[in-house]
Design a protein around this ligand. Structure first.
Ligand code: PMP
Ligand code: GLN
Length: 383
């Protein structure tokens, strides 16, 4: 057959590879980011109820009204922004689909899209599939923050979009007020569309608050803000997320979304709408829930030879193993999984040029039962 692969270089995602390896070697899986506990019981019961009571056909294209209304309430409460639930909120089958549709809706062939390494894996391929050119800048160590002067010098007449992701996977860094101001200034000055991946919005620790682009009127007008129920309700397998964007941008997003998946899974939407309405405290409990898990894991690793990096948000923890081994991170992650019994993610895979990343750092995921974290830490402390 005569065809040219559109993504000849991407292979299988590291998350799939490491989870499979964890299963093959019966390792504790701290690699791919998903909880080893269930969504809240009441939420599962609502899902059952809706499946058994006739909510099994296509939802409206933008998502059911009750869930979009709940999202709009939440955005008002957390980010003090009035959004029109009908014209500005779209329910999607996960944040990944939302990001794909936002990129596909906006990026024209030749457009440049700025993103920051280490970068979550789904942005670059989506940009290239639209004929766009990913421009990879690096977050600055040790804080993994954005160098805004570098951003400004990377902007050309072809720059169309900037993609930001805070709280940041894999480093756990968060945005400051100053970052938000700089983003606003640059986006307005150069007329950029912002795609803001905020799937870890509720996992910000140490008394800090998540900064959403939706809190800034100027950014809200030119952004797709992307969220994931999978993260916030311990249900990554339910693959349901949403996008908040101006009516103008939403119209473009939905034009693509209707031909990618058309709609998101119906009964989950009803279940989430019910649960959000009757359990507003759930989201409020998340920062302390995950901060406690981070602290349990990190304090259990105190006696180890890993150097623990600060994790200000997300459910990920970076650990520097340079005092233990001097091998590339992929080799070390495989060793941890196969020989030690704890699966981790090498972070070089989050770089455009993985060979340029020579630091000795792996990512552990701490959205796990406390016992799981303790067992993993025990094995890691023996190294
Ligand atoms: N963005 C980031 C930064 C993520 O870590 C994830 C994790 N899965 C996603 C997007 C995708 O979320 P979803 O599972 O809702 O597609
Ligand atoms: N976002 C998850 C992580 O970073 C994985 C999701 C996926 O496997 N695509 O671990």
């Amino acid at each position: 057959m005569n065809f040219i692969s559109k993504l000849p270089d991407v292979g299988t995602t590291i998350f799939t590879i490491m989870s499979q390896m964890a299963e093959d070697y019966k390792a504790i899986n701290l690699s791919q980011g998903y909880p080893d506990y269930d969504p809240p019981l009441e939420l599962k019961e609502r899902l059952n109820w809706h499946v058994n009571n006739g909510h099994n056909q296509y939802a409206p294209l933008a998502g059911i009204a009750a869930l979009r209304q709940q999202c709009a309430f939440k955005i008002k409460e957390y980010y003090d922004r009035d959004v029109n639930w009908d014209t500005e909120v779209t329910i999607t089958p996960g944040a990944t689909e939302a990001i794909y549709c936002a990129i596909t809706a906006i990026v024209q062939p030749g457009d440049e899209v700025i993103m920051f390494d280490p970068v979550y894996d789904c942005y670059d391929p989506a940009v290239r599939l639209s004929g766009g050119v990913p421009i990879h800048l690096k977050l600055c160590s040790p804080e993994y923050s954005i160098d805004w002067r570098q951003v400004e010098s990377a902007i050309s007449s072809k720059t169309k979009v900037i993609i930001v992701n805070f709280p940041h996977n894999p480093t756990g860094s968060i945005m400051s007020d100053d970052d938000m101001m700089q983003l606003e200034e640059i986006a307005v000055k150069y007329d950029l569309v912002v795609i803001s991946d905020e799937v870890y919005e509720h996992f910000v620790f140490d008394g800090k608050k998540h900064k959403s682009v939706l809190s800034s009127p100027k950014l809200a007008a030119r952004s797709f803000a992307v969220f994931s129920f999978g993260k916030s309700f311990h249900a990554t397998g339910w693959k349901t997320g949403y996008v908040v964007a101006s009516a103008l941008l939403t119209k473009e997003l939905r034009a693509v979304h209707q031909f990618v998946t058309f709609v998101a899974f119906t009964p989950v939407q009803f279940a989430l709408a019910d649960y959000m309405a009757s359990n507003p405290e759930h989201l409020q409990s998340l920062p302390s829930f995950y901060e406690k898990k981070r602290d349990i894991f990190c304090s259990a690793l105190k006696e180890s030879r890993f150097i623990i990096k600060p994790s200000k948000g997300t459910f990920f923890q970076l650990a520097d193993y340079s005092r233990i081994a001097d091998v590339p991170d992929k080799v070390y992650a495989e060793y941890l999984t196969q020989e030690v019994g704890v699966a981790a993610i090498p972070i070089s895979v989050f770089f455009d040029d993985p060979d340029s990343e020579s630091s000795r750092v792996v990512r552990f995921c701490f959205c796990k039962e406390d016992d799981t974290l303790a067992s993993a830490a025990k094995l890691l402390c023996a190294l």
